[in-house]
Design a protein around this ligand. Structure first.
Ligand code: LAN
Length: 727
C-alpha cells in the first residue's frame, strides 16, 4: 500500500507548489513534466511562459492594442500563441477529458509496483477531486458527462489507491452515490476488468474474453485482426490477463475496497450473475441478443477450455503484446493498452526487466499536469495534429510571411521533417499493421502509427511551408513526399472513403458483438468525412506542385472520395462528425472537399443545402454552439452557449462553400473577436473533441488554430465579397 495522503476537503487549491513544475524541452515532441525539489534547481531552470500557461498561472504576456479588423485579431491571436511553441517546434497541450484513462494509470501502476513521486500522487488526486460532480460527488464517462458507475467506481478506487482515506469527505460523498447506483457490480466490462486486476472484483463476474479467437483462421470475418485497431489492441492484453486470471495480492487496501465498493457482502456475491449486469445509466450500446447468446455459450466453455489450446492462444496474445511494445517504443497505441501491456509485461518479464523499465520511462509521456492537477493524456500528445492546423492557419492568413513569425514556421518545418515516419513498422504484417512509410502520426514518430488524416494534414503542412513561403528550405525531398502520397492512396476503401488507422477490414455486423457497452461503432473501422477530406485535399495540393507523380491514381482517388462524401451527407444537409463535435466539425471538412471539385454554393444544390443547415443553427450572437450529445444522438443538439471553436468551423465551412452573403460570416467574426482576451488569447470553452460516439476529449489548441485560421481567411474573403458587391 502506498502511504496515506492528507489532502484538503476539495481540490480548489493546488496540492503542490505550482512554481516547481517544469515541462522539459525534448527534441522529438516528447512531453515530460518534472517537479523540482530544490530552490537552486528552480533558480537554475526558471519557469517558462509555456510552463506557466499550461499550469494556469499568469503568463505576464502584455496586453495588445485591441484588434479592429479580423486580420488584426488573427495577428493578436498568434502574437500570444507564438509563445506557446516549444523549442523543438511543436505546440504542446493537455489532452484530457475521458474519465476512465487516469484510473487505468493508477491501478495499472499500483498492481505492478510502479510508484509515483509524492507530488504526482498529490496532483493526480487533485485532478480527480476537481472532476467530481458537485451535486452527487460522482464521475462520468468523460469530464462533462453525467455520473455513471464506470466513472464513479474507477475514480473512487483510483483515489483510494493513491492514498486518500475512506473517511475523507470526497470519498464519503462519492461512495454514497456509488451505493445509490447499486455499487460496483453494475460497472461495464472495462470497469469490471480493472477491478478484477486489482482483486476487488471476481473474474467469475466477467464474460469470457476468449483468447482462442486469435487462433481462428484469418479469413474468418470475426478474426480480431479485422477489428478497429483500438478495440483489438485493448482486447489483446485484456484477454491475456483474463486468461491468466491476473490479480494483485491481497492487502489492507484491497480488503477494505471490497467492503467500500459494494452494497452487498463481497463474499456472498453471485459473480456469474453479474456478467451482464450493467447499470442502465452507463449504457450506450447494450448487449445484443446475439452477444448474450454467445456469452452464454462461452460461460459454459470457459471452465472446460482445453489447456494446450488455451496456452497456445495466450502465447499468441503475449507475442502480439511484445510486438506492439516494440513497434511503438513502449508508447503503445493509446493509454489504455499502454497500461494493460505494462501489467502483462510485468507479470511475464518481471519488474527487473528492460520491458518494465521502458514502460516506466514512457509512462511519463502520458502524465500531464494542468490547472486542475495531473491526468493521463488520451495519447502521448497531439503534436502533429495541432502543428499541422496551426501551420495552415498561418500560411492561409498571410501571417506566415510576417517577419516575426518566420522563425516559428521554420521550426515547425523542422519538426515535421523529424516527425515523418520513414519506414514500415519493425513488426509489420506479423502485427497486422498498416503501412507507415512516409506517414505522419497523430502525436510523435516514436509512437509510430500512421493515421490517414494525420498523414494528409502533415503533408499539407509541409507543402504549405515548402511551396508557399518565400524563405523555407525544401527539407523534405520529393521522394519522401511521394512516400506520403503512396501511404495516403493505400488508405482508400472500396467505398471511396477513408477510415482512421487502417482499411475497413471487417463487416458491419461485427458491431453486434460490441462488448464494451459504453462506446458505439468501435468494432471495425468506418469511413469518415473528416479523414476523407484531409487525404484528398492533401493529394490535390500535392498534384499542383508535382503533377507528374501518380496523376491518374490521384484523380481516381479524389473522384471516388467525393462520391463517398455525397453519399455521406445527411438529409438535413450536414455531415456527421466522429472525432470532433460534431456536425459543425465534419461539415467544415466535407465542404472543403467539395470545393476542390468546384462544388460551391453557386454550383451545387448539396452545398446550398449544407449552408442552409448551418445557417439554421447559427445563434443570435452570430456564433455556433453544439453539444457533444450530437455525436451520440446523431441529430444536432444545441449547446447552451456559443463556442469560438465551433463558430470558426462553421464560418470556415461557409467560406469553403463560397457563401455569397457576407453577413453570417461577419457576425461569426464579430463574435469570435468579442471573446478575444486583451493578451490575444481565447479562454477555454466547452469540450471540442470526441470518440466512439460517447466520450469527449479536449483539443485546447483548437481555440488558437481554428480561430486564427478563420479570422485570417475571413479577412480576405470578406474583402473579396465587398469587391464583387461594390465593383
Ligand atoms: C484519437 C485522436 C485523434 C483522432 C483523429 C486524428 C482526429 C481522427 O481523425 C482519427 C482517429 C484519432 C487518431 C483518434 C482515435 C481514438 C483515440 C486514439 C483518439 C480520440 C484519442 C483517444 C482515443 C483512444 C481510443 C482512447 C482510448 C479509448 C479506447 C476506446 C481504447
Amino acid at each position: 500500500m502506498w502511504d496515506p495522503l492528507d489532502v484538503p476537503d476539495n481540490g480548489d487549491v493546488h496540492f503542490t507548489d505550482y512554481s516547481r513544475w517544469r515541462l522539459s524541452e525534448e527534441d522529438n515532441g516528447r512531453h515530460l513534466w518534472d517537479y523540482l525539489e530544490s530552490d537552486e534547481a528552480c533558480e537554475a531552470r526558471p519557469q517558462t511562459i509555456i510552463d506557466k500557461f499550461m499550469l494556469g498561472l499568469p503568463t505576464g504576456l502584455p496586453t495588445l492594442p485591441p484588434a479592429k479588423t479580423a486580420l488584426e485579431a488573427a495577428r493578436n491571436g498568434f502574437s500570444f500563441f507564438r509563445h506557446m511553441q516549444a523549442s523543438d517546434g511543436h505546440w504542446p497541450c493537455e489532452y484530457d477529458g475521458p474519465m476512465f484513462i487516469t484510473p487505468g494509470l493508477i491501478i495499472g501502476s499500483y498492481v505492478t509496483g510502479m510508484e509515483f513521486k509524492r507530488e504526482e500522487r498529490l496532483e493526480l488526486t487533485r485532478y480527480i477531486f476537481r472532476m467530481a460532480h458537485a451535486e452527487d460527488g460522482g464521475w462520468g464517462l468523460h469530464k462533462e458527462g453525467h455520473t455513471t458507475v464506470f466513472g464513479t467506481v474507477l475514480n473512487y478506487t483510483a483515489l483510494r489507491v493513491l492514498g486518500v482515506r475512506a473517511d475523507h469527505p470526497v470519498m464519503v460523498k462519492a461512495r454514497g452515490t456509488l451505493h445509490k447506483l447499486g455499487g460496483a457490480v453494475g460497472a461495464p466490462q472495462w470497469g469490471k476488468f480493472w477491478l478484477s486486476i486489482l482483486n476487488v472484483y471476481d473474474w467469475d463476474g466477467t464474460n469470457s474474453l476468449l483468447p482462442e479467437l486469435w487462433l481462428l483462421p484469418e479469413w474468418l470475418p470475426i478474426h480480431p485482426h479485422r477489428w478497429w485497431i483500438h478495440s483489438r489492441n485493448v482486447f489483446i492484453p485484456m484477454s491475456f490477463l483474463f486468461a491468466k486470471r491476473f490479480k494483485a495480492p491481497e492487502d489492507d487496501l484491497i480488503l477494505s475496497l471490497r467492503r467500500e465498493l459494494y452494497v452487498e457482502d463481497y463474499y456472498y456475491i453471485d459473480w456469474p450473475a453479474q456478467r451482464n449486469n450493467i447499470n442502465p445509466i452507463d449504457l450506450y450500446a447494450p448487449h445484443t441478443s446475439v452477444l448474450n447468446f454467445l456469452f452464454g455459450i462461452l460461460g459454459i466453455y470457459e471452465p472446460c477450455a482445453i489447456p494446450p489450446i488455451r496456452r497456445a492462444a495466450t502465447n499468441r496474445l503475449y507475442d502480439l503484446i511484445v510486438r506492439e511494445d516494440e513497434n511503438t517504443s513502449y508508447q503503445d497505441l493509446g493509454p489504455v493498452n499502454k497500461m494493460m501491456n505494462l501489467v502483462a509485461r510485468s507479470l511475464i518479464d518481471g519488474p527487473e526487466s528492460e520491458a518494465y523499465a521502458q514502460h516506466k520511462l514512457k509512462r511519463r509521456d502520458f502524465m500531464w499536469i494542468g490547472p486542475n492537477g495531473m491526468s493521463m493524456s488520451g495519447t502521448n500528445g497531439v503534436q502533429l495534429w495541432d502543428l499541422a492546423f496551426i501551420v495552415q492557419a498561418l500560411v492561409e492568413s498571410g501571417l506566415a510571411e510576417e517577419e516575426e513569425n518566420k522563425g516559428c514556421l521554420l521550426k515547425a518545418l523542422q519538426w515535421l521533417d523529424e516527425a515523418q515516419i520513414r519506414d514500415n513498422p519493425k513488426h509489420y504484417e506479423s502485427a497486422y499493421r498498416h503501412r507507415t512509410k512516409g506517414a505522419w502520426p497523430f502525436s510523435t514518430k516514436e509512437q509510430g502509427y500512421s493515421v490517414s488524416d494525420c498523414t494528409g494534414e502533415g503533408l499539407k503542412a509541409v507543402l504549405y511551408l515548402q511551396e508557399h513561403l518565400s524563405y523555407t528550405p525544401k527539407l523534405i525531398s520529393k521522394e519522401r513526399l511521394c512516400d506520403a502520397v503512396d501511404t495516403l492512396i493505400s488508405f482508400q476503401n472500396p467505398s471511396g472513403g477513408f477510415a482512421s488507422y487502417e482499411l475497413v477490414r471487417g463487416p458491419k455486423w461485427l458491431e453486434l458483438i460490441n462488448p464494451a457497452e459504453v462506446f458505439g461503432n468501435i468494432m471495425i473501422e468506418y469511413e469518415y468525412p473528416e479523414c476523407t477530406t484531409s487525404v484528398i485535399t492533401a493529394l490535390a495540393i500535392f498534384r499542383k506542385h508535382y503533377p507528374d507523380y501518380r496523376a491518374a491514381d490521384i484523380e481516381r482517388t479524389i473522384l471516388a472520395a467525393v462520391k463517398y462524401l455525397h453519399a455521406a451527407q445527411r438529409p438535413e444537409g450536414g455531415w456527421f462528425g466522429s472525432w470532433g463535435i460534431c456536425f459543425t466539425y465534419a461539415t467544415q471538412f466535407a465542404l472543403e472537399s467539395l470545393s476542390l471539385v468546384g462544388e460551391t454554393y453557386a454550383t451545387s444544390a448539396r452545398v446550398r443545402k449544407a449552408c442552409q443547415f448551418l445557417l439554421s443553427v447559427q445563434k443570435e450572437d452570430g456564433g455556433w454552439g453544439e453539444s457533444y450529445k450530437s455525436c451520440a444522438t446523431e441529430v444536432w443538439v444545441d449547446h447552451a452557449k456559443t463556442q469560438v471553436v465551433m463558430t470558426s468551423w462553421a464560418a470556415m465551412a461557409l467560406m469553403y462553400a463560397q457563401y455569397p452573403e457576407p453577413e453570417p460570416i461577419e457576425r461569426a467574426v464579430k463574435m469570435v473577436m468579442s471573446r478575444q482576451l486583451p493578451d490575444g488569447s481565447w479562454a477555454q470553452e466547452a469540450i471540442e473533441g470526441l470518440f466512439s460516439k460517447t466520450c469527449a476529449i479536449v483539443y485546447p489548441n483548437f481555440k488558437f488554430s481554428f480561430t486564427i485560421w478563420m479570422l485570417g481567411r475571413a479577412h480576405q474573403y470578406l474583402e473579396q465579397l465587398a469587391a464583387v458587391l461594390i465593383p
